[in-house]
Design a protein around this ligand. Structure first.
Ligand SMILES: [Zn+2]
Length: 364
């Protein structure tokens, strides 16, 4: 008994030391919105016009999409130079991380939606098992930086039995985590997603998780897994929720055609970035009324390898969503389904040149 008492004391002592660790040094806060307090030490790169209002709106909209009410508190969001970033404890190969202890986001690019989602979960008091936590962050991540393809060799059993925290989360689990969250969202809805997040804690056994699933979803883990396996596979291009891309009112047609051109001036209020790899982008929506394979897409303007266009469906997930990517001089007929779509123009931060996309409905 004495030994056990001593051991407990030792563990408590270590925890106390951890709790007294010096705070991560951060630059001063220079902007406050409804949800975000922003600070940066970046001086040689200009943030584009949408920032930091874009991040603030994204934060609120993510909570709203999850059917949740945020507390009246600000999350600290820091855009850092690589030099300052090394002074945080974020893993050296990472581009951003969330400090759960102090409730702070650190990032090397803006906007960093993945880390902001961790901030949303934090503000909502949700600290779930890492596979669910990372899955939620991945679900609302930027379209840029990366396309994640769920690994076939990674099962939800693998992900749900991972007992560590987000810092050491295996990279090969991300796509499966985000895809599984999209399945939960489509199959059970946002309220159930949040109930599962709140029910499943770090270090729970698969048996306990199965009990949680039965209580919240009405199905055991094995039953949920069987349903999940019937859900189509798709990449993060399609399983992610394009919240911000789909938020603006739809473009009007001009003589039946949707025209969308931009110089992508970083200063413009609708231009976002510089994001991952220095890309900047701007986005619009348009509403498709009739399903057809005869929509003509023309990508126009002077192009180089740094410019690209994406067109995606706002709804549908892996069941009926899609994302199409285009580069220079594209002219082709594509199949569009009814519903709202988003169209995004990207360029490298160092370039400016008007370019755009024209979308011709059938018969025009
Ligand atoms: Zn994460």
């Amino acid at each position: 008994m004495a030994r056990r008492g001593w051991r407990s004391y030792s563990v408590m002592f270590m925890l106390t030391v951890a709790a007294c660790e010096a705070q991560v040094p951060v630059p001063p806060i220079t902007w406050e919105g409804e949800h975000i307090a922003f600070g940066t030490d970046v001086v040689d790169v200009t943030p584009c016009g949408a920032h930091p209002r874009y991040e603030d709106e994204f934060f609120g909209m993510t909570a709203q999409a999850l059917g949740e009410e945020l507390p009246d508190e600000l999350i600290e969001y820091y855009w850092l130079t690589p030099e300052w970033y090394t002074r945080t404890y974020c893993p050296s190969e990472s581009q951003g991380c969330f400090n759960v202890r102090d409730g702070q986001v650190y990032t090397l690019f803006i906007p960093h939606q993945h880390e902001l989602v961790h901030g949303v979960a934090y503000q909502l008091g949700v600290n779930s098992q890492a596979f669910l936590d990372e899955g939620l962050a991945d679900l609302f991540d930027n379209l840029d930086p990366s396309r994640r393809i769920p690994k076939t060799e990674v099962s939800i059993h693998d992900g749900l039995s991972y007992a560590g925290d987000g810092r050491d989360f295996p990279p090969e689990f991300y796509g499966r985590a985000g895809h599984f969250m999209r399945f939960l969202l489509d199959e059970f809805g946002a309220d159930a997603v949040m109930e599962v997040m709140r029910a499943v804690e770090h270090g729970e056994s698969l048996a306990d998780i199965s009990t949680d699933f039965s209580r919240v979803l009405g199905f055991t883990l094995e039953e949920v897994d069987a349903m999940y396996r019937a859900y189509p596979e798709c990449s993060s291009d399609v399983y992610r929720v394009p919240l911000m891309e789909c938020a603006s009112p739809p473009m009007e047609r001009n003589q039946d055609v949707w025209y969308f051109y931009s110089m992508l001036y970083c200063d413009d209020a609708d231009v976002i970035g510089p994001s991952y790899n220095g890309r900047v982008y701007t986005t619009r929506t348009f509403d498709v009324e009739a399903e057809s394979e005869e929509y003509l897409i023309r990508v126009v303007g002077i192009f180089d390898s740094t410019k690209s266009v994406t067109i995606g469906r706002c709804e549908g997930g892996c069941e009926s969503g899609y994302l199409k990517r285009y580069r220079a001089d594209t002219q082709e007929n594509i199949h569009l389904r009814p519903g709202r779509h988003h169209v995004t123009l990207y360029r490298d931060a160092a370039e400016t040149m008007t370019f755009g996309v024209e979308i011709y409905p059938p018969g025009t």
